[in-house]
Design a protein around this ligand. Structure first.
Ligand code: FSX
Ligand code: SF4
Ligand code: F3S
Length: 384
């Protein structure tokens, strides 16, 4: 209790100091943007309550989460694009019916973002240099995309600087660094076998602490939540072994899944479109990788929080895990099938990235597959 009070007063002081910082002239206050979109204060506070719970903070922090959202506009953000599909930016910025998260993102002082800025060519390069100089030591750096390490891929600007150089320069004066999306966090599709550009995650390019926010794309709440955490505490949240914030990636998809009861009861979709699919049964046998994937998709959902992959009827493909393109595919078959194939081909004889990844997942896969088989046998016995 005493600790909670101390923390509340520390965060209040930090927010007071931040609120005194000037805003960029063209930026609007969050309140006016919410009014403009017809979002009432009551709904905003409800959102703040949900975000506080998502961040695993006590409910007493709700007013501070709301204030953090209001002062987030004072923190300059530099957002770099490397090799990627821009899906991460798109998911956040192009919501048809913008959620409170995307409106907050609208208020953030985006000093540099190649997708949405008007500048191009020399002027864009100049803007980046200026933003780095002007906000030295104070800005948040967000990097989207994997970083090719073979020099002639992804060169930027007149002098042919590489993406990796740009990342290193921008990282030097950053107060916090976020790798946005699976490509930036772990290499993603850019680094999938045979990885022709030798794409690497941001953590292999720069040697400062990085918060990984994986997902292909990550949910908007996971991006905005981390910004708010930094606004409130000025530190990194607790991270897991892959530098993902535990508040967002601390649980398995399988453990938060609305179809879990069907898994435990041995009720499985056997083929897409079958009767069991219509009944909303478990998607394990059509390839769901929820048992091996850590993320909070079922709680936060996508498209203004309306749905998520498993609700829509497709299994999780493990998009927030390292090397998921190689280790989790084929996406519509259970991982245990791949394990058996790998075993027949001689486990350990050929240590490619795929094989090693599969071996790491093997123990879990055997356990899960055995459980699935036993429960579906029990189920068919009961049905008889
Ligand atoms: Fe990667 Fe994000 Fe997947 Fe795409 O940038 S995480 S390919 S959604 O856009 O980097
Ligand atoms: Fe849900 Fe997939 Fe687990 Fe089935 S296997 S309960 S669909 S996460
Ligand atoms: Fe990705 Fe699986 Fe969530 S595929 S979006 S981690 S349900």
């Amino acid at each position: 209790m005493k600790d909670e009070k101390q923390l509340l007063s520390k965060v209040t002081k930090r927010l007071d100091a931040l609120s005194k910082l000037p805003m960029a002239k063209e930026d609007k206050e969050l309140e006016s943007l919410l009014n403009q979109k017809g979002i009432e204060r009551r709904d905003f506070m409800k959102w703040a309550g949900a975000m506080t719970a998502a961040l695993a903070l006590p409910a007493s922090f709700t007013p501070l989460t709301a204030r953090a959202a209001e002062v987030a506009s004072r923190l300059p953000v530099i957002w770099l694009h490397m090799a990627e599909c821009t899906g991460c930016s798109e998911s956040l910025l192009r919501a048809e019916d913008p959620s409170i998260d995307s409106i907050i993102f609208d208020t953030i002082n985006l000093e540099y973002h190649e997708t949405i800025m008007a500048a191009a060519g020399y002027q864009a390069e100049h803007n980046l240099e200026n933003a780095i100089k002007k906000h030295n030591g104070n800005y948040i750096l967000m990097v989207e995309g994997g970083i090719p390490t073979i020099e002639h891929y992804l060169t930027i600007g007149a002098e042919g600087r590489t993406g990796a150089q740009t990342c290193r320069e921008a990282a030097q004066g950053a107060a916090a660094i976020f790798a946005i999306g699976t490509c930036s966090s772990f290499g993603g599709v850019q680094a999938a076998h045979p990885n022709p550009t030798s794409a690497a995650p941001l953590s292999k390019i720069i040697s400062k602490p990085i918060i990984n926010v994986p997902g292909c794309p990550p949910s908007e709440k996971n991006i905005v939540g981390n910004v708010l955490y930094f606004v409130m505490f000025g530190t990194l949240p607790a991270l897991d072994a892959f530098n993902r914030p535990k508040w967002a990636y601390g649980h398995r998809i399988h453990d938060l899944c609305e179809r879990r009861g069907h898994f435990d009861a041995g009720e499985f979709v056997q083929h897409f479109g079958d009767e069991n699919a219509q009944k909303g049964y478990c998607l394990y046998k059509v390839g769901c990788k929820g048992p091996y994937t850590f993320n909070n998709c079922s709680k936060l959902r996508f498209n203004s929080h309306t749905s998520w992959p498993i609700q829509a009827g497709h299994g999780c493909i493990g998009c927030s895990e390292p090397n998921f393109w190689d280790t989790m595919s084929p996406f519509e078959e259970p991982l245990s099938n791949k394990l058996y194939q790998t075993a027949y081909n001689g486990l350990g004889a050929d240590k490619t990235a795929d094989t090693v990844g599969t071996v790491i997942l093997a123990a879990t896969a055997i356990g899960i597959a055995a459980h699935a088989v036993v429960s579906s046998m029990t189920k068919s016995k009961t049905e008889e």
